[in-house]
Design a protein around this ligand. Structure first.
Ligand code: S3P
Length: 180
């Protein structure tokens, strides 16, 4: 697989959906940049996401996350952006994403994500599967409303998901397939 990316792609979806991994793989395939919002937050604050939650709560994290979304979205060559699972909770987020690119939902429910997340302490909002199921139920309509495209990741390895993301974006004209 090889291609040229014509528009920025925002990956949204629940914790553990594989947004970071798939964005990295897609960036390799399209020889472009990828940005991981959680890492970006950690880099500019010098703190781990879980430390920001512990010190200032979810509110403090969401404030930084909203600023980061504006910063990484605008004025650059097309690239892949892996958002945090809660980035879409910011009411301005869908408009920012759609003004600057397309939105792809990597669908993963709480049980599927639980199989992927080895250390839930890095995700303060995941906690346990029971809590994660509740958060997922609240989030799903928000992901669905924001997404231009959805790829189901249930029981799939990241290489399979990457293939499906590639073909979805080629079909949509967001990636122009090129010869290897
Ligand atoms: C969150 C998801 C996390 C991270 C933070 C909050 C959420 O990102 O931004 O812990 O609210 O769903 P991942 O989706 O990359 O785990």
């Amino acid at each position: 697989m090889q291609g040229k990316l014509n528009k920025t792609v925002f990956f949204i979806g629940f914790m553990g959906a594989g947004k970071t991994t798939v964005a990295r793989k897609m960036a390799k395939i399209c020889s472009c940049e990828c940005v991981d919002m959680d890492y970006y937050v950690e880099r500019i604050t010098g703190k781990k996401v879980r430390e920001i939650f512990a010190e200032g709560g979810e509110e403090a994290f969401r404030k930084i996350e909203a600023e980061v979304l504006e910063e990484v979205s605008t004025g650059v060559a097309p690239r892949f952006i892996s958002c945090g699972g809660g980035t879409v909770l910011n009411e301005k987020a869908p408009a920012i994403m759609h003004e600057n690119g397309v939105v792809l939902h990597l669908y993963s429910d709480a049980s599927n994500s639980a199989r992927r997340i080895s250390d839930t302490s890095t995700r303060p909002l995941f906690k346990d599967v029971q809590n994660a199921k509740k958060v997922f139920r609240e989030r799903l309509p928000i992901y669905e409303a924001c997404a231009d495209y959805t790829v189901d990741t249930t029981n799939k390895w990241s290489n399979q998901v990457t293939k499906e993301v590639f073909s979805t974006l080629v079909k949509a004209g967001v990636i122009e397939e090129t010869q290897e």
